[in-house]
Design a binder for this molecule. Structure first.
Ligand code: IMP
Ligand code: MG
Length: 178
């Protein structure tokens, strides 16, 4: 596996703070009078979710799933495995699936099919980031933070081989030649 280090900053800490607040306000308005079950996808979405739910003014529950679609690679393996399932059933609940980033959309397509089969009252997607590949998807996210160019990024929860999740901004990954 190649070593990498953070490169150019694509989204600053200030931009993240402002946009995450806006998303929280938008979701709160749309879900007025409903209780929302936020389903987070570990581990990348954790920082986003922690900030996002602080801006929800509707009642909310929180549950997590862990799936694996990437190893130390920067390209989708096409294989999605559930490493941790939800703690509780979602039948009859208003589920908001919260993702860090949608790239090929393979992970999302799998999760949407899986969650839809559990009979939620409603099911929507909120993603902090998208890359251009997701436009081929049949299911589009209702809430999007930022559209990024087709580059691998790290920070604010996103990793490369488990590193750089702690950066307060989103930066490109610079791969060093072996
Ligand atoms: P997809 O299945 O190609 O849409 O990728 C889904 C998952 O791969 C995301 O939820 C991330 O965990 C990871 N991923 C995709 N692109 C990036 C990236 O640029 N940086 C870090 N992780 C990524
Ligand atoms: Mg992820």
């Amino acid at each position: 596996m190649s070593e990498g280090r953070p490169g150019r900053v694509l989204v600053t800490e200030e931009q993240l703070t402002q946009r995450v607040r806006e998303l929280g306000e938008e979701v709160s308005a749309d879900y007025a009078d409903r209780e929302v079950l936020v389903v987070g996808v570990l581990k990348g979405a954790v920082l986003f979710i922690a900030d996002f739910i602080r801006h929800l003014t509707v009642p909310c529950e929180l549950d997590f799933m862990a799936v694996a679609s990437y190893g130390g690679q920067t390209h989708s393996s096409g294989v999605v495995r559930i490493l941790k399932d939800l703690d509780h059933p979602i039948a009859g609940k208003h589920v908001l699936l919260v993702e860090d980033i949608i790239d090929s959309g393979l992970t999302l397509s799998y999760l949407m099919r899986n969650l839809a089969s559990r009979q939620p009252a409603s099911l929507e997607i909120c993603t902090l980031l998208t890359k251009p590949g997701h436009r081929r998807l049949s299911t589009q996210p209702k809430y999007v933070g930022f559209d990024l160019p087709d580059e691998f990024v790290v920070g604010y929860g996103l990793d490369h081989a488990e590193r750089f999740r702690n950066l307060p901004h989103i930066a490109t990954l610079e791969l060093q030649d072996p």
